[in-house]
Design a binder for this molecule. Structure first.
Ligand code: SF4
Length: 321
């Protein structure tokens, strides 16, 4: 797999972080898990091997350029199509952002599988916010939802997150992705509560399907089941059911067609987006975005997939190659 052209994308609107400048350090799609709900599609390289998958110096250069451009950014967020802590230079990059851009907040979205490694935990301890995932309340749920590299247990992941909590001042929002029929039972709620008591995060966020996932059997949970799970966990920490971020109001001028194409492909190659998501991210009127998207679809650059929130755009296989 070759090195990608650029690791910085967005800023994209995030349901939880406001405007977030994404940093995606992994080749598509390298991860230590193969989650059934992953919006990026199936994992092609399932690994726990840490390596410099993207040149660290180049990543720093791109982040510096984006942060100097004057665009409003709430967070620089390590995320994307893979597990960011697999990148061996992530510690250096965090250190650089914190020293060269002290007012900038850094967020790490992680699937938590590498946090039990004390060296890695120390490397990323200076982030401002960590959002570790814990989707399985026991090993059976973990296997069904996250399909991790063999040999990782929920107990080990919980201990890794709890140990990180002790060495880092970062705010911690523990994320549980709720998959109806797998991790939303009363028993799951009880087990999650005991893990949350051990980890002591600032809050727990219950997330659920918002875009088409990898496996079509994954459904959106009912409001009642999310509320019931939240109630079960709540004695141990505040629990939030994740909602949508407010829409942007100011509309900057439209980019050129070529610029629009490259910005849209940059967004949708990381996660499928609706026309509304794209309009919000690029800060362009929805009508104008829709007509650009129709042109891109006609030109064979985009494919459409229907999801719970409407039509989602993905790059066509032609645009990916
Ligand atoms: S959701 Fe995250 S952890 Fe799960 S497969 Fe996708 S990139 Fe990996």
């Amino acid at each position: 797999m070759g090195v990608k052209a650029k690791c910085v994308f967005g800023p994209v609107p995030s349901r939880r972080l406001g405007m977030s400048l994404g940093v995606d350090l992994l080749p598509f799609k390298t991860c230590s898990m193969d989650c059934v709900y992953c919006e990026c599609g199936g994992t092609s390289s399932l690994t726990m091997e840490r390596a410099e998958y993207y040149p660290t110096a180049q990543a720093i250069k791109e982040i510096d350029a984006a942060l100097s451009s004057g665009v409003k950014i709430d967070f620089v967020t390590f995320s994307g199509a893979g597990e960011p802590t697999l990148h061996s230079g992530i510690g250096k990059i965090v250190e650089h952002i914190k020293s060269a851009h002290p007012s900038c907040k850094v967020c790490l979205l992680t699937n938590s599988t590498l946090l039990p490694d004390p060296a890695l935990a120390l490397e990323v301890a200076d982030v401002d916010l960590i959002v570790p995932s814990l989707d399985g309340s026991n090993d059976e749920e973990f296997e069904r939802i996250n399909r991790p590299v063999p040999g990782i247990s929920v107990a080990r992941v919980v201990e890794g997150i709890a140990a990180f909590r002790k060495i880092s001042k970062a705010a911690m929002w523990l994320e549980i992705f709720v998959v109806p029929g797998v991790n939303d039972s009363v028993e799951s709620g009880r087990r999650f509560r005991s893990h949350v008591e051990r980890i002591k995060p600032d809050k727990v966020q219950l997330n659920s399907l918002d875009r088409p996932g990898t496996e079509p059997w994954v459904q959106v949970p009912s409001k009642e089941s999310l509320e019931a799970l939240a109630e079960a966990i709540r004695p141990a920490a505040p629990v939030e059911i994740v909602g949508h971020a407010p829409r942007a109001s100011k509309q900057p001028p439209c980019p050129s067609a070529a610029d629009f194409n490259s910005r849209v492909l940059g967004l949708v190659s990381r996660r499928p987006c609706t026309a509304e998501d794209i309009a919000e991210s690029l800060g362009i009127a929805l009508g104008s975005v829709e007509s650009h998207l129709r042109r891109m679809e006609k030109a064979g650059l985009l494919e459409i997939e229907e999801g719970q929130r409407g039509s989602f755009y993905r790059p066509s296989s032609e645009a990916r190659s």
